[in-house]
Write a protein that binds this ligand. Structure first.
Ligand SMILES: [Zn+2]
Length: 639
């Protein structure tokens, strides 16, 4: 029996489950349902639409971000980039959000996906649960179900192993060497706890069958599959990890999926990871990302180091947005995973040849994923661990702040290596191929080429020819915004004075800075004008020459856009030249008006304070306030 219920039993469909309602829904077989006279039916898309329609985007986002009403919009501090004045707008009637600072936008689903890193089904379920809308059960094949339950068991065994190793480090009988090692490397108990660091004893201390001996036969068989326990040829098993400090590797759901191990005594290899398995793929996970995801999300930046102990040492000393690949070079998947939390990565590598090479290799990957990256190289003889221990967090931070942009770094290295002779340049050009090839669009490619051409002082066409290659169809999934284009017919909450200011701002964006200094935003606060203000400010900050039409085109559907449209239509009749004398005069008038407005606001707030001081019998304060008020009034009268 399958039940689909909308909002407290508004609709109830009961179907024999053998009909596989869900698979029909997936295929959009609404006609089939109609034909079988089951009446009203809903496709999954309908349900998605219903969930979206019934979810109050202002309320949902308001639970994560403090929002203040601003005209027909709500404004708050953007959770997706750091900012001090609000430019994150939530549009209730159109059901979308938009940030004037970082351009992040979308609907209630994309907000949850981005904020919590949910996938779409999770976001849908989250909202549906709140609304009491029951989603159709996903139909899974018996094989699929079996695979899922098997995976669950594998995760359980991995988690149990992590606990056993952890417990042994804390209270095992022969753990002294491991504890001494951790102490020598200066890793605090707190960091060990946070990363759930454990220890597998040496073979002399029962390490051959330490883990295996603590698992049931069933668990042992599963442990073989994830490589924690190895089958012996003549039967029986032995532990993979012996005399190693173990770093559990977590997936993004917080499940242990593998281990990295550092030998404590003598022996090779120094570092060993658990092999890939049904639950562990080394190129798709990053050590530390799960534990540090919140810090990374807040800073919008991640620091990438190469080693487990580098990660631990940095995190322990307060550089909390650090991750490490798992014994391999960075992969595209890892960069993509990181990009869900960070806009920029800084590669903190050793200053030796290997470090430089690793950075050079990573450059095309970052470019292809459109994630910005920088490189900080450590002085020779240092790794991140020794550096932060010797020089401290501040020195490390300075090094990170000073990091060079990755593609610049690559070019500089190539110029150092090959020189700028004609031959050198042609070598550089051929080594730039992977970078050009990684471009995710023709536009990006031509930008890269003209950028490097300028640096190398050669014609872009020549560089293009040198790096030309068979065009790959490397089309990345473009971010798309899901905006509902629903025109808002509500009355514009704007006063004539505000309208005149907005009109001037839109028609004469070259004076934006003056208007902003004149406190324009304050006057527009809470009206559609503020949204237009934010948009113009963003465009001005981007540094392009702005045309009024660009402002119109860039605004989301809604009253702001309607207002700008109206302004443009009216303006075509009263053409004023940009920056002309007439415009200058008008600017002065408006600035004076703004100044007067600011004084009025100040006067009102002084009055409130005066009343307060009177109530409190604070005469000293009262006298001071009254003097201020007098001065202000004189100014306002123009005395
Ligand atoms: Zn933002």
């Amino acid at each position: 029996m399958v039940t689909v219920r909308f909002n407290s039993g508004m609709l109830l469909i009961l179907v024999d489950s053998s009909l596989s309602l869900f698979s029909m829904l997936l295929k959009g077989c609404t006609s089939l349902l109609k034909d079988t006279h089951m009446g009203f039916s809903q496709t999954r898309q309908d349900i998605t639409a219903a969930v979206k329609e019934q979810s109050d985007i202002v309320r949902i986002i308001g639970e994560h971000v403090e929002l203040k009403k601003s005209g027909v919009r709500y404004l708050g501090l953007c959770p997706f980039h750091g900012e001090k004045t609000p430019s994150f707008s939530v549009h209730g009637s159109e059901q979308f959000f938009y940030c004037f600072g970082c351009s992040e936008s979308g609907d209630v689903f994309s907000f949850l996906m981005k904020y919590h890193n949910y996938d779409f089904p999770t976001a849908l379920k989250y909202l549906a649960d709140r609304l009491n809308i029951q989603l159709p059960e996903k139909r899974v094949s018996p094989e699929e179900r079996q695979r899922e339950s098997k995976q669950r068991l594998l995760y359980e065994v991995a988690g149990k192993a992590a606990d056993i190793y952890r417990e042994f480090l804390l209270s095992g009988s022969s753990r002294e060497a491991a504890r001494a090692y951790l102490q020598r490397r200066g890793i605090s108990a707190e960091a060990q706890k946070r990363f759930h660091i454990g220890y597998a004893p040496a073979k002399e201390s029962g390490g051959w069958n330490f883990l295996g001996g603590r698992l049931t036969a069933e668990e042992s068989a599963l442990a073989v599959e994830i490589g924690l326990v190895v089958k012996k040829e003549g039967g029986g098993t032995y532990d993979r990890f012996r005399d190693r400090i173990l770093f559990p590797i977590y997936d993004m759901q917080g499940r242990v999926c593998g281990f990295g191990g550092r030998i404590v005594g003598e022996g090779q290899p120094k570092y060993m990871n658990s092999p890939e398995s049904d639950i562990y793929n080394k190129s798709k996970n990053l050590l530390g990302l799960y534990q540090q995801r919140e810090e990374i999300r807040q800073k919008r930046k991640a620091v990438v180091v190469e080693g487990n102990f580098d990660l631990l040492a940095l995190a322990d000393r307060g550089c909390s947005n650090v991750v490490a690949p798992l014994g391999t070079a960075l992969t595209s998947q890892q960069i993509r995973l990181m990009a869900r939390y960070a806009e920029e990565a800084t590669l903190l590598f050793d200053g030796d040849e290997a470090g430089v090479k690793a950075a050079m290799r990573a450059a095309p990957l970052f470019l292809a994923e459109e994630v910005s990256a920088r490189v900080a190289l450590l002085p020779s003889g240092h790794d991140p661990d020794t550096y932060v221990r010797e020089k401290g967090l501040e020195a490390l931070q300075a090094l990170l702040d000073d990091a060079s942009e990755l593609s610049e770094f690559v070019l500089e290295r190539l110029m150092e290596e090959h020189g700028l002779s004609l031959e050198g340049k042609s070598r550089i050009a051929s080594e730039l191929k992977p970078l050009a090839a990684a471009a995710s669009s023709p536009l990006q490619r031509s930008l890269i080429i003209s950028h490097f051409a300028e640096k190398l002082k050669i014609e872009p066409a020549r560089l293009e020819a040198a790096v030309s290659f068979q065009e790959t169809t490397n089309e990345p999934a473009k971010r798309h915004t899901e905006r509902q284009k629903k025109p808002d017919a509500s009355v514009l909450p704007i006063t004539p004075a505000q309208k005149r200011l907005v009109e001037f701002m839109v028609m004469q964006p070259c004076f934006f800075a003056e208007l902003e200094r004149g406190n324009l935003r304050q006057v527009l606060q809470g009206g559609v004008g503020e949204i237009i203000f934010l948009q113009v400010r963003k465009m001005v900050e981007q540094g392009s020459e702005i045309q009024p039409e660009d402002i119109f085109a860039s605004l989301p559907e809604g009253p702001e856009r309607a207002l700008v449209e109206k302004i443009l239509l009216e303006a075509s009749r009263i053409e004023k030249h940009k920056g002309s004398e007439a415009a200058q005069t008008e600017l002065q008038e408006l600035l004076q008006w703004l100044e007067m407005q600011a004084k009025r606001t100040l006067s009102t707030s002084l009055m409130v304070e005066i009343e307060q001081a009177q109530k409190e019998n604070d005469f000293a304060k009262l006298e001071n306030l009254l003097r201020q008020k007098q001065t202000l009034e004189r100014e306002m009268r123009g005395d």
